[in-house]
Design a protein around this ligand. Structure first.
Ligand code: S3P
Length: 438
């Protein structure tokens, strides 16, 4: 298990290219595999999580070629070519599908597998095997699939596909994974399948389904899709991932003297809550060169070191910043005053219990933190105390605490950092390059 050593090496300055979006990379594999014909996806995220989705479709008989190019300007650009075989073109996988650490792979794939004329089994690593799957089992069972799980709705999942019937599903959780699973299962129904969410989760599936010719409508929190219609192949470029840019956005804000430009960042409004929160905390953030990339809003983001002030962050903003909670906690730890985050109960069932992980690790750095059932109260500090930090095997905890370590002259050690490869394989190299560029 790798560990990393972090220390402040002065201001962070320069430019970096944001790694490709993880959510969109998963969906690109899934939808292009189900389309009829050859799709090209540029700037695919070649990290462990989307590669689990890619391997799953290869196991089901889809040919997928990965071409890598390295360019001085664009960094690593991985292009994939997918020979989609249509909605009915998958074959029974010859073995258990291993979803690794990826909740997105397991939950969204369940929706596709629910409509297949074969049985399949999905498993994952110990973190994924302790994450709740009942949220997809319930609607997919209502549609007619048979899904067996461990007691309480935990993986492995054994999914026996069926001829599905459309449903109108009021989801108790605002979750893009649940919404996407039901919508993809809806492609296999005759009739219209509808999902109603309690809050708006990320909408990449809706945008991408529309782009490949599905009959999909969105009215506020209600999304519906007509089944039985084939999908067209895609020719697209994946934008950068705001959830990966977030570590450098916050690093640029809290490491004194820094100024960073992060290029090609997706700014989809269902994902951009962190930017709104940080601006309310007093951050100097500018969106430059705003444009559209394959149906998603994209910008270059410039950040300058800023003095942040603690604020109250409630559920609506948390949902639009759901994966940014760990790095937001680090921003709060360096802000003056108190930050109170509420309505964040979903964070307890992410790759780790992120409320507890961040509370414990920030306390090690001498930050007073009160753990609430659905949130945290953080008292910001001028100086953090370097410490030996556990990642809990959670990529976003590891990278967030590394950013905390970057603010202080003493050495902070982050243990168990292999998990960073699930979403951001080049993270440490980027940190080193920026410190060296001054
Ligand atoms: C994701 C949805 C979110 C997010 C996860 C990726 C997706 O999960 O936290 O990292 O790609 O659909 P939920 O659907 O559980 O909110």
């Amino acid at each position: 298990m790798k560990r990393i050593s972090i220390t402040n090496r002065g201001p962070l300055r320069g430019e970096l290219i944001c790694p490709p979006d993880k959510s969109i990379s998963h969906r690109a594999i899934i939808l292009s595999s189900l389309a009829e014909g050859t799709s090209i996806v540029r700037n695919f995220l070649r990290a462990e999580d989307p590669l689990c989705t890619l391997e799953a479709f290869r196991l089901m008989g889809i040919e997928i070629e990965v071409k890598s190019q390295k360019s001085e300007v664009r960094g690593q650009n991985n292009e994939i070519v997918v020979n989609g075989k249509g909605l009915k073109g998958l074959r029974k996988p010859g073995k258990v599908i291993d979803c690794g650490n990826s909740g997105t792979t397991m939950r969204i794939l369940s929706g596709v597998l629910a409509g297949q004329p074969f049985a399949s089994v999905l498993t994952g690593d110990s973190s994924l095997r302790s994450r709740p799957m009942q949220r997809v089992i319930t609607p997919l069972s209502q549609m007619g699939a048979r899904i067996e799980s461990e007691k309480g709705g935990y993986p492995p999942l054994r999914i026996t596909g069926a001829a599905l019937r459309p449903i109108r599903y009021e989801s108790p959780v605002a979750s893009a994974q649940v919404k996407s699973a039901v919508l993809l299962a809806g492609l296999y129904c005759s009739g219209r399948t509808t999902v109603i969410e309690p809050g708006k989760s990320r909408d990449h599936t809706e945008r991408m389904l529309a782009a490949v010719g599905a009959d999909i409508t969105v009215k506020g929190l209600e999304v519906s899709v007509q089944g039985g219609r084939g999908l067209r192949p895609m020719d697209m470029t994946v934008p950068g991932d705001l959830s990966s840019a977030a570590f450098f956005i916050v690093a640029g804000l809290i490491v004194p003297g820094s100024e960073l430009v992060i290029r090609n960042v997706g700014t989809n409004p269902t994902r951009s809550g962190l930017l709104d929160i940080l601006v309310r905390m007093g951050a100097e953030i500018a969106l430059e060169n705003e444009r559209d990339v394959s149906g998603e809003p994209v910008a270059d983001i410039r950040v300058r070191h800023s003095s942040l002030t603690g604020i109250d962050v409630a559920e609506d903003l948390v949902l639009r910043a759901i994966d940014e909670f760990p790095i937001l906690c680090v921003a709060a730890a360096k802000a003056s005053g108190t930050t109170r985050i509420t309505g964040a109960g979903e964070l307890r069932v992410k790759e780790s219990d992120r409320i507890s992980s961040m509370a414990q690790e920030l306390r090690k750095m001498a930050v007073p933190v009160e753990e609430l059932e659905h949130g945290l109260v953080i008292e910001g500090q001028q100086d953090l105390t370097p410490a030996v930090i556990s990642s809990y095997g959670d990529h976003r905890v590891a990278m967030s605490m590394a950013v905390a370590g970057l603010t202080e002259p003493g050495e902070t050690i982050i243990e168990d950092t292999d998990c960073v490869n699930t979403s951001f394989p080049g993270f440490m190299k980027m940190v080193e390059n920026l410190s060296a560029e001054k």
